[in-house]
Design a protein around this ligand. Structure first.
Ligand SMILES: [Zn+2]
Length: 119
């Protein structure tokens, strides 16, 4: 798996065992994973989660509005709309522009709603 030095952008075939960049000589524990295909597939998966959440929240909201339900569940679902839309929009923007890709952290496999960050 290719890796990218967070300091100078040097791309190595693997993280040097000492974590020392052969290009700029800095030690870093934050080497980025440099693998567009993996990144894109993770982002596409998150995008589909976000679309599903948005559809679910909207469907719940519309149902609640049309039947006049007093249940709080649809409103709680509606609160998910905002992060889902922000995250979905970010995923789309990142997927649209591979040239802006500069490596990613291992933590991005977690979608925002997992509670591990990853927005
Ligand atoms: Zn470097």
């Amino acid at each position: 798996m290719k890796s990218r030095c967070p300091e100078c952008g040097y791309i190595a075939n693997s993280i040097p065992p000492t974590h020392k960049c052969p290009e700029c000589g800095s030690f870093s524990h934050d080497w980025l994973i440099y693998d567009w295909a993996t990144f894109a597939s993770i982002k596409r998966r998150h995008l589909s989660y976000n679309v599903a959440i948005i559809c679910l929240a909207l469907a719940g909201l519309l149902t609640a509005l049309s039947v006049g339900s007093s249940s709080v569940l649809p409103w709680m679902l509606a609160l998910l709309l905002i992060p889902a839309m922000v995250s979905g929009w970010r995923c789309r923007r990142q997927l649209r522009d591979p040239s802006k890709y500069q490596g990613h952290k291992a933590g991005i496999v977690f979608p925002w709603f997992s509670g591990f960050g990853g927005l």
